[in-house]
Ligand binder design. Structure first.
Ligand code: PMT
Length: 224
């Protein structure tokens, strides 16, 4: 990206996976490494933005010079994003967020019960972070979301683009191990609300992140 294309802009980026506690020693999570979100935060910082990274559980270390807020659960991430959003120009939701959490989190380690083999875990729905910001965003604010899909990539991503009021959807097929979760590379389809679509080749997450920053600077913010 052009060095100062996001100068003066405050951008929130989320990265990594959320953890939903079952009991003191167990949780539900996903395979997100944080690589994609950290790449976006780095590219936005290089373009001159003031970046706040809201980080779930990650295998990578964020770059220096970025304000990092560490969170654990989807509810924690929701609260952090909600607190930062009003003063931000935009949000890029690269984090892999759990749609559900256990209805209760046990105080003590859950034990096996030999009289009742098997167990049922009751889940309740988590808040949809980006959709909530989408419902209340000002005309001068933008939202970029990702869609992690294993099937019907474009149809599913299109539904999320519309339902969550995004300015850009970055759709990735996470059924292939060389792209998606934990890989260094990705291949995405950019989808705009006006129906435009553009697919990238398989390329580094750093390159995908630079393209996202270019779209924010030259396309999305020009319209705001
Ligand atoms: O971290 P890496 O290992 O580099 O992997 C990158 C990635 C695969 C995690 C990333 O590229 C990606 O696809 N992130 C989005 C994962 C996800 O939660 O996708 P989704 O299709 O379930 O959700 C759609 C969008 O809504 C996402 O922007 C998500 O952050 C957001 N969401 C989802 C659920 C929820 N309760 N709140 C949300 O804000």
């Amino acid at each position: 990206p052009t060095p100062q294309s996001l100068a003066g802009k405050k951008i929130i980026v989320t990265a990594g996976g959320t953890r939903e506690r079952i009991d003191p020693v167990r949780y539900l999570t996903n395979d997100s490494s944080g690589k994609m979100g950290v790449a976006v935060a780095t590219a936005a910082q290089q373009a001159g933005a003031e970046v706040t990274l809201i980080a779930g559980s990650m295998k990578v270390t964020p770059p220096t010079g970025i304000n990092v807020i560490s969170v654990t659960s989807t509810n924690d991430m929701y609260e952090a994003v909600n607190e930062q959003f009003a003063s931000a120009d935009g949000l890029v939701m690269a984090a892999a967020v759990s749609d559900f959490r256990p209805a209760t989190s046990a105080d003590h380690k859950i034990k096996k019960d030999k009289d009742h083999p098997g167990m049922t875990l009751e889940l309740v729905e988590n808040p949809d972070i980006v959709a909530t910001m989408g419902a209340k965003k000002r005309a001068d604010q933008f939202l970029v979301g990702f869609a992690a899909e294993t099937n019907d990539l474009k149809q599913n991503a299109q539904k999320k683009l519309t339902a969550k009021h995004l300015d850009l959807m970055v759709a990735n097929d996470v059924s292939q191990s060389q792209i998606g979760f934990n890989s260094d590379d990705n291949q995405v389809t950019f989808m705009w609300p006006d129906g435009r679509q553009q697919q990238t080749p398989i390329e580094s997450k750093a390159k995908v992140a630079e393209e996202i920053v270019d779209i924010i600077a030259t396309d999305i913010l020009k319209e705001k």
